[in-house]
Design a protein around this ligand. Structure first.
Ligand code: UDP
Length: 346
């Protein structure tokens, strides 16, 4: 059986790494299409090298997040390959473009990370999730909550709780990352990432940086290219305790988080990774799709519209001693491969 996997950005390369291994081990032929949504080396190629991913079969090199440009290019490759399944990950525009392309061609679609909802329809990611889940035949949920969400929405596809493939990646790569951990970080420090569209709007970003500067905490801040551009073009300056660095590879990021006393982020992936590495997280969003991290007390939401609670949130954050395991056991990819092999969609 043949699978076409569609990837386009940093978290998708990370999600694809354990999945590709499991697909290969289950005897699938996997063809990878890289849309080129992320094209900077530090957001793209470095992950292929570091995670041992095969070179994509197709590099569309589109350098855009516009689904109307991605979809026809993906369709051409799907027509050529005629896979048994198209596999899409997460909630980006590459996810939606791949999903729509498969649906338009009547090719079976499976969605990894299905059923997540933040409830905030102003976020493009939330709209991408809902639309992809609506048209997928197989929906791979990280937990029971997401499966129940899909049932409540009445999606037509078959929902399977398999766990989260990012937990697989953390399980596989954390030991390697810890061995490579840098020793020159200021201690103690918080890891900071900001990249969401809403948070990189210049006035918002200026306020966020001012609030972070005022906390007195030391931050290590791998700056996403989108954020770099807005900082530079608007002369927004971080304070002396905010150590800006280039975006880092996945192993270095895991090591940074593992050694941090806090994570402050608007990244979906980092909210989970900080949980699995037992570091308290502060999320710079009014809502999150990773609801249980908040419910168990490991993740605190700070609405960036008013970042003044940031200081107290940093002070008060603590990782709960009785935190339950969330989002699977680190073996989601094997279940995904097995389900693709055995399940016939209704
Ligand atoms: N990440 C990384 N290097 C960085 C920043 C993040 O490897 O400099 C990793 C992070 O550990 C996580 C993923 O990238 O696995 C998250 O990607 P991103 O924040 O771009 O997207 P999101 O998770 O919000 O979809």
């Amino acid at each position: 059986m043949k699978i076409v996997s569609i990837v386009g950005n940093r978290p998708q390369f990370i999600k694809a790494a354990p999945t590709s291994v499991a697909l290969r081990e289950r005897g699938f032929e996997e063809v990878v299409i890289h849309t080129g949504q992320h094209y900077d080396r530090e957001l793209s190629q470095v992950f292929f090298e570091e995670l041992g991913l095969d070179e994509p079969s197709y590099r569309l090199d589109l350098r855009t997040a516009d689904t109307d440009l991605m979809r026809p290019a993906i369709k051409d490759r799907l027509i050529e390959e005629q896979p048994d399944w198209t596999l899409v990950y997460g909630d980006t525009n590459s996810t939606l473009a791949g999903a729509d392309a498969a649906a338009e061609l009547g090719i079976r679609l499976a969605h990894v990370e299905a059923g997540l909802r933040s409830g905030d329809l102003s976020m493009p990611e939330e709209r991408n999730r809902i639309e992809t889940d609506r048209i997928a035949q197989l929906l791979f949920c990280p937990d029971e909550r997401s499966r129940e969400t899909l049932v409540a929405e009445g999606v037509e596809g078959q929902a399977e709780v398999v766990g989260d493939v990012m937990a697989d990646a953390t399980r596989l790569f954390e030991p390697i990352a810890r061995k490579r951990a840098r020793v020159d970080q200021p201690a103690p420090y918080a890891v900071l990432t900001i990249h969401r569209e809403a948070n990189t709007e210049p006035a918002r970003l200026r306020e966020l940086i001012a609030a972070l500067n005022a906390t007195g905490w030391t931050f290590v801040f791998p700056v996403h290219p989108r954020t770099r551009k807005v900082l530079d073009e608007n002369s927004i300056h971080t304070g002396p305790d905010v150590h800006e660095i280039e975006p880092v590879g996945y192993l270095e990021m895991l090591a940074l988080v593992a050694g941090a006393s806090r994570v402050v982020t608007d990244s979906g992936g980092l909210q989970k990774e900080s949980y699995w590495l037992r570091v308290p997280c502060i999320t710079l969003q009014p809502s999150t799709e990773w609801v249980d991290t908040v419910l168990v007390g490991a993740n605190t939401l700070v609405d960036p519209v008013d970042p003044s609670p940031l200081g107290p949130a940093l002070e008060n954050a603590a990782f709960p001693a009785d935190a339950p395991p969330l989002y699977g056991d680190g073996h989601a990819a094997e279940r995904i491969a097995e389900a693709l092999y055995t399940l016939q969609p209704r």
